[in-house]
Write a protein of this length. Structure first.
Length: 206
């Protein structure tokens, strides 16, 4: 077991981010934020009018980290670095969130077919006093998707908890002709950039 000074709080429910942190040997404790409550969610994830994607994803990631830090301090939990992240998919300056139903998922995948889009992941690390943040952008090019392929994919469970309606680590890998950027960033946590932030917060990776 790693000593406490090498642990962090992870303010994310994403199983993919958990797996990626384990991949680089980071020990973490989950610090979950509320998505729904009588007072509403802990973090405002609604896109503001006129807000650009890079500003949106950075704002949400930072807000998650700051909220988790306040929970840590308010509950008198052991003081550890906090890591949060947010990922969004962008095409034609339009942010694609997580589809809520099959109709939305099919429309998203149809808009990505035969085209290149961007995946933005903003990572924030903070401790009791300081905050570090970076946003990584990757280009993803989809092949032409037939209506039958879109229907079959949307009949699985994969599209519905992922920005843009697909996951590169799953069946949708067969749709992708090429990427330029960070594979792990497209998954939801760019490991090179995350490592740099964690090291600034005093977490030794290797």
């Amino acid at each position: 077991m790693k000593p406490a000074e090498h642990k962090i709080y992870l303010a994310s429910k994403s199983p993919r981010r958990r797996d990626l942190l384990r991949q680089i040997g980071v020990d973490f404790v989950l610090l979950m934020l509320r998505e729904q409550a009588p007072r509403g969610p802990d973090v405002d994830e609604v896109v503001h009018p006129g807000e650009h994607a890079i500003d949106y994803v950075a704002r949400v990631s930072r807000a998650k980290a700051e909220c988790a830090r306040q929970i840590m301090l308010g509950r008198r939990m052991p003081v550890l670095p906090v890591l949060s992240a947010d990922t969004t998919v962008v095409i034609d300056d339009r942010i694609l969130g997580k589809p809520t139903n099959m109709t939305e998922a099919k429309a998203m995948l149809g808009s990505l077919s035969s085209r290149t889009h961007q995946v933005l992941t903003s990572v924030t690390v903070c401790n009791e006093h300081d905050l570090w943040q970076t946003t990584q952008c990757s280009d993803v090019t989809f092949a032409t998707l037939t209506p039958q392929a879109i229907d079959a994919y949307c009949a699985t469970s994969e599209p519905y908890d992922k920005a843009g309606g697909y996951g590169i680590q799953g069946i949708a890998a067969s749709f992708i002709e090429r990427i330029a950027g960070s594979y792990t960033g497209i998954m939801g946590l760019p490991l090179f950039e995350t490592t740099q932030l964690l090291q600034q917060a005093g977490i030794r990776i290797i």
